[in-house]
Each structure stands twice: as structure tokens, then as C-alpha cells.
Design a protein around this ligand. Structure first.
Ligand code: HEM
Length: 427
């Protein structure tokens, strides 16, 4: 028997899948029901907002499109960066242009030089040495609230852990500098749906510019920053703007994504206490549990592409210039591939899930994400095997396509600290 996922959506919503709007909180809250309704209709669904999009939900169809960059170009933007809901085009936004300078916005072969240069920093062997520090950061964060018996598992644990792993371990940014980034983000004007993507990207770019300029003056460490500064294309070094944009991409793609998966898993385990007790009693099960959680709740639900030549996919005729969303979150729940896809099943074969995407743009950070996710759950369940979810859980779309909690209050039996000298990781 599997474990049924949370009932947070409150049953099947009455949503018109052809009006699917990735920016509407009601659709976001019901995203998995929406995907299930799309699966029932076919592997490729037409949605009308923002000038019209094809939403590709079938696993086979996502597999085909993500690996065919000649037909499905990644050199594109998310809908609201260029269009209003009723399809009117905005003038280009300079902040969105940051992402257009990065490797995620280039098709092969232009995508290749930066990707090949960065790959060695993301292999399992390169990432394995992070493990003791990730464990130490997780424990330091738990120490910051263990005696209190309560915390917000997103704000106090998953989010700061995800930040420090990328900043301190991958980018070698001194932990003290993190406070500057918190200050920049906290001073952004909030809107109803959190900070806008453009505000966040601009704030990150400001922080990253200072950091990269500082790193240029320091002795090289042979890390991602030094590699970007040394990478050449056709004999020309990457411009500073391109270096900065790619660091912003790594932050935007690596922090909220992994933090969101950790917090979503803690929410899920808060509702499924038998499974939680089983995993706490036998941490060796966590590696497989994390894969099944990634299949169910991978935080990157949708990614954009543009059709470059007329083609047929999933019984639909797509025309050159049409815009497409690859629904990775739906493909990992395709009922053609997974029996009762909405159920958590520890024994399930998860190797075909696409939480990290496919093709040229397949997630470069998957080894970091997997390690961080497993270690975070190992340490959390070792220290806090029993907890109660509080009221106030908020799940929503964050940076464009990233989904997860923005508040996850919970309580647990208070316990003593384990570490004496905090390194300043907690917010
Ligand atoms: C659970 C956590 C994560 C999830 C679910 C996730 C998911 C994804 C997905 C689905 C893509 C493919 C995008 C596409 O097809 O258009 C992607 C790309 C990418 N991810 Fe991740 N990611 C995660 C963590 C990370 C981490 C930790 C990093 C960096 C440290 C990272 C950096 C990137 C980058 C740079 C790309 C673009 C790669 C390219 O264009 O070649 N991600 N990610």
C-alpha cells in the first residue's frame, strides 16, 4: 500500500485546464490535480493565457521534446516576462535579460563551452567532500531552535541550509557575506505573491557583482568562480556580465529548488507519520525515499521552450514560433508510467523520474541537490523524529517555476543543542 499525498488542495478543483495560468495562485495550489486532468485529456494540452502555450505533460513527449533542441529551443522566456495574461507583449525587461546571458538560455552548440567548463565542479566525486559540512550546517541550524521546541522549517532550516551550501561550499563565499544578501532580499518591496522574479534577480546580481569583483582580487581557488573567469569562447574570455549572470543562474537554480524539496518533504512527512517513523528508524531507506519524493514533488514544475519548426507531438500539430512548457512535474506523475502516480511508494522504480530535467539542460546541480536533500532529512529525523505541523503552511510558486512552502511552522519536543560554537549560518 502506498501513502497518499497531502490533502492540501482540498479535493479536486474545478479548473479549466485550457485556462491554465502558472502565475495564478489557485492553479498553483491545485497543480497536481491540474496535471492529472491534463493527463486524462492527452499528453499535450493547449492553454490560452499569455498568448497561448502548449503544456507537455506526457513522459514520452517531455522526453522527446527536452532532447530535441533543434525543434524545441531553450532560447526563450517564461510567459509573463514578455506577455500579459491576455497576450499583449511587454517591452523587454533589463532584469530578465540576466537569464538570457546564461547557459540555460543557449541551445547547443553555443551552450556547450560553459557547460563543459562547469561540469567537473558538479560530479559526484567533486561534491562528496561537501557532506561533513552540510551535516554540520544542518545541525547548527537545528541547534538554533531545538531548545525552543518550535520553528518554521522553511525559514529556519530548509532555506538557510540551501543558501549556505551553494554560497559557502560551491562558491566559496564567506558565510558573513550571507547577511548582506538577506538584507538586500528583505528590503525588496513585497507584492502579493512575494518578490517578483525580476526584483530577485536584480538583487542577486547586485550581490554577485560585488562578490565576483572581490574574488578577482583574491588568490584563485580553482572553483566555479575561477572557472567562469577563465572560460574562453573563440579565444575571448567571457565578459564580466556573462560571468555574473551565470553565477546568478546557479544561485537562482540551486537554492530555492533544493530548499523547497527539503521543506516539501518535511511537510509530507508531517502528514504521513508512519512513513516518517519508518525512515527515522532506518535512515538507510532515505536515499530511495528522496528519489520518490523528488518524483512526487520535484520543485521545478515547468520549463519553457519555443518551437523552431512545424512538428507533431502527442497528437497535436505544433507550429514554428509556438511556445511550450515542458511540465517535468507532470511527466514524473504520468499514469502511463507509474501506477497510482500520486501515491508515495518506497518500493517504486523511480529511475525514470524527470525532476532534474532531460537533454542538454539537464540539471547540472543534481548531485548537490541529492546529497543535500538526503543529509538534511537524515539529520532532521535523527534530531527531530516526531513533530506536529502547525497552522500557517503556505505553498506557492516562487521564482517563476519553482514550487514549495514559503512558511512551514511546526512544533516538537524541545531538546538540547549539540554544537557549542555556531559559525553564523542561521538567519
Ligand atoms: C531539488 C533541486 C533541484 C531541482 C528539482 C532542479 C531541477 C532542474 C531542472 C528540471 C533543470 C532543467 C531545466 C530545463 O530543462 O530547461 C535544471 C537545470 C539547471 N539546474 Fe537544477 N535543480 C535542482 C538543484 C540545482 C542545484 C543545487 C544547482 C546548482 C548548484 C542547479 C543548477 C542548475 C543549472 C545551472 C541548470 C541549467 C543547466 C543548463 O542549462 O545546462 N540546480 N534544474
Amino acid at each position: 500500500m502506498g501513502t497518499t499525498e497531502s490533502d492540501r488542495t482540498g479535493g479536486c478543483p474545478v479548473h479549466d485546464i485550457h485556462q491554465f495560468d502558472m502565475y495564478d495562485p489557485a492553479y498553483v495550489a491545485a497543480i497536481f490535480d491540474v496535471f492529472a486532468a491534463m493527463h486524462a485529456e492527452g499528453p499535450v494540452t493547449r492553454a490560452e493565457p499569455y498568448g497561448g502555450w502548449w503544456i507537455i505533460t506526457g513522459h514520452d513527449e517531455v522526453f522527446a521534446a527536452a532532447r530535441d533542441h533543434r525543434t524545441f529551443s531553450r532560447q526563450t522566456e517564461f510567459p509573463t516576462h514578455r506577455f500579459t495574461r491576455d497576450g499583449q507583449e511587454f517591452p523587454p525587461n533589463p532584469a530578465s535579460a540576466i537569464m538570457l546571458r546564461t547557459l540555460i538560455s543557449l541551445d547547443p552548440p553555443a551552450h556547450k563551452p560553459v557547460r563543459v567548463a562547469l561540469n567537473p565542479h558538479f560530479t559526484p566525486a567533486a561534491i562528496a567532500p561537501y557532506e561533513p559540512n552540510i551535516r554540520a550546517y544542518a545541525n547548527e541550524l537545528i541547534d538554533s531552535f531545538s531548545e525552543r521546541g518550535s520553528c518554521d522549517a522553511w525559514l529556519d532550516f530548509a532555506q538557510p541550509l540551501a543558501h549556505v551550501v551553494i554560497f559557502a561550499e560551491l562558491l566559496h563565499c564567506p558565510v558573513e557575506r550571507l547577511a548582506d544578501l538577506w538584507a538586500i532580499i528583505e528590503n525588496l518591496p513585497p507584492n502579493a505573491n512575494g518578490h517578483t522574479v525580476d526584483d530577485l534577480l536584480e538583487a542577486m546580481a547586485e550581490f554577485v557583482t560585488d562578490f565576483v569583483l572581490w574574488r578577482k582580487e583574491q588568490p584563485p581557488l580553482g572553483d566555479v568562480i575561477d572557472t567562469l573567469l577563465a572560460t574562453e569562447i573563440n579565444g575571448q574570455p567571457l565578459s564580466l556580465d556573462v560571468v555574473i549572470a551565470n553565477v546568478v543562474l546557479i544561485l537562482a537554480a540551486g537554492v530555492e529548488t533544493t530548499g523547497s524539496v527539503i521543506a516539501t518533504a518535511l511537510d509530507f512527512l508531517g502528514r504521513n507519520t508512519e512513513l516518517r517513523a519508518q525512515l527515522a528508524a532506518d535512515p538507510a531507506l532515505l536515499e530511495q525515499a528522496c528519489e520518490e519524493l523528488l518524483r512526487l514533488f520535484g520543485s521545478v514544475q515547468l520549463q519553457p521552450r519555443t518551437v523552431m519548426q512545424d512538428t507533431e507531438l502527442g497528437g497535436q500539430q505544433l507550429k514554428r514560433g509556438d511556445r511550450v512548457l515542458l511540465a517535468y512535474g507532470a511527466a514524473s506523475r504520468d499514469p502511463k508510467l507509474y501506477e497510482c502516480p500520486e501515491e508515495f511508494r518506497l518500493e517504486r522504480d523511480t529511475k525514470s523520474h524527470v525532476a532534474f530535467g532531460l537533454g542538454a539542460h539537464r540539471c547540472i546541480g543534481s548531485n548537490i541537490a541529492r546529497l543535500e536533500f538526503r543529509v538534511a532529512l537524515e539529520e532532521w529525523l535523527r534530531r527531530i523524529p516526531v513533530y506536529e505541523l502547525g497552522a500557517g503552511h503556505v505553498y506557492r510558486r516562487k521564482i517563476d517555476h519553482i514550487h514549495g512552502p514559503v512558511a512551514l511552522p511546526l512544533t516538537f519536543p524541545a531538546s538540547t543543542r549539540e554544537t557549542a560554537a555556531p559559525a553564523g549560518v542561521a538567519r
